[in-house]
Design a protein around this ligand. Sequence first.
Ligand SMILES: Cc1cc2nc3c(=O)[nH]c(=O)nc-3n(C[C@H](O)[C@H](O)[C@H](O)COP(=O)(O)OP(=O)(O)OC[C@H]3O[C@@H](n4cnc5c(N)ncnc54)[C@H](O)[C@@H]3O)c2cc1C
Length: 433
Amino acid sequence: MKKRLIIIGAGASGMFAALVAAGSHFENKNSLDIIILDANDTPGKKILMTGNGRCNLCNINTDDSKYYCTNKQFVKSILEQFGQNEVIQAFRQLGITLKDKNGYMYPASMQALTVSQSLISALRISGVSLVNNCYVQKISVNPDNTFCLEVSENENQKQYQGDYVIVACGSNAGLKSDNVSDIIKSIKCLGHRFNRLVPSLCSLYADKRNDGYKEFFKKVSGVRTEIKAGLTYMGEKYFATGELQVTEYGLSGIVIFELSHVISTLINREKKSDINLDIDFLPEYDEVEILAFLKSQLHYPKKSLLDLFSGILNSKLALGLLKLYTSLCDSSTKPFIKNCPDEKMLQLLHFIKNAPFKIKGTNDTLHSQVCSGGVDISDISWDTLESNVIKNLYFTGEIIDVDGICGGYNLQWAWSTGYIAGRSIANDSNIAD
Ligand SMILES: Cc1cc2nc3c(=O)[nH]c(=O)nc-3n(C[C@H](O)[C@H](O)[C@H](O)COP(=O)(O)OP(=O)(O)OC[C@H]3O[C@@H](n4cnc5c(N)ncnc54)[C@H](O)[C@@H]3O)c2cc1C
């Protein structure tokens, strides 16, 4: 009799694992009965949300430095087994060519729908069963070491029995509903260590108790600009460069997303409240260079400081920063350059290149792109992604305690881990035959 593989979650990693286990990408005897259970009404729903509906499905610059993990060697070993080139090739086999946008890879159609549809149709051709509206409530191990999954399917209580299980449930990031709490409970009950999920790749709430900041965010909201942001915590320095988006509530944009893992860990896991983020609003220049440029404008003595800074910064931002500076540092600053000696100008420039912001919180899971945390990697085999605690139980994708920065790295993680778990089970079931 065929052995049965049950996959919890028809997301990126679950669908890819099923294809590999079914033999679409791996030479096996197709000796498995594969079934994917998903709580949603259609498979691959989160894929449709990715990359603003365009699906940034991998990145040619992928390496372990793009991931947060307690041991980067684990990430390295996974990517060595199935990296970005393998993803590009696998999607080509599925009939999808990819477009390179500065290293960020998208389907040529620039539509996430193409990606999910190609996976779904390949699964159907491979004979994989997809069960929708099937919410997995509990995973338990039978006395003969097979699995029993208790589910609510179209509101009816049911059980599924299987020889292998892949937990590919992802996280609640970007979703209104909580699908994963019951799975996490089972994972822990079965003896795995689990690091609590906290939002990541998300925007940040600024502390606006000081009126200067209140006004800054009100006036500057909507501005997008290139910055360098950094924070020091417990002697460690964290930096990111890229686009900042100022919002009414605080700070967003890719550069903020990049730092959000560290900040979310501090705020949501370690319950720290004194997070200071310094922003360099003129990252391309040093202070002496800018001073020289500003001095070259001094032959216009009536020029205001605002005019002067509007030549090098977005004008709304220049006004916001000048006001913030006068409110926080030097209320005696006059608005005209003729009243601003070099020393004062340097102080102002130093402020613009090191503007201090206090962060009071992160956005919630619904408004984040991933969650950090998950199954502790010491409870997972690096070669197969099988649990070290329960035989024939595997983990893929975001439920493993690894998360990537923006740029296609999280989907890469889903494809890589899906491939490895699918291949391991296909191998194991062939040996067992
Ligand atoms: C708005 C947004 C944009 C993103 N853009 C990108 C991007 O452009 N590039 C990139 O690399 N990453 C992006 N990501 C992240 C990426 O989508 C995820 O990291 C990736 O989808 C995780 O894959 P997964 O297989 O682990 O889980 P998922 O793709 O989340 O799939 C998990 C599946 O499990 C199901 N499930 C969960 N619990 C249960 C249960 N109890 N019973 C049954 N089924 C269950 C869910 O319904 C879901 O279908 C984005 C995320 C969001 C939210």
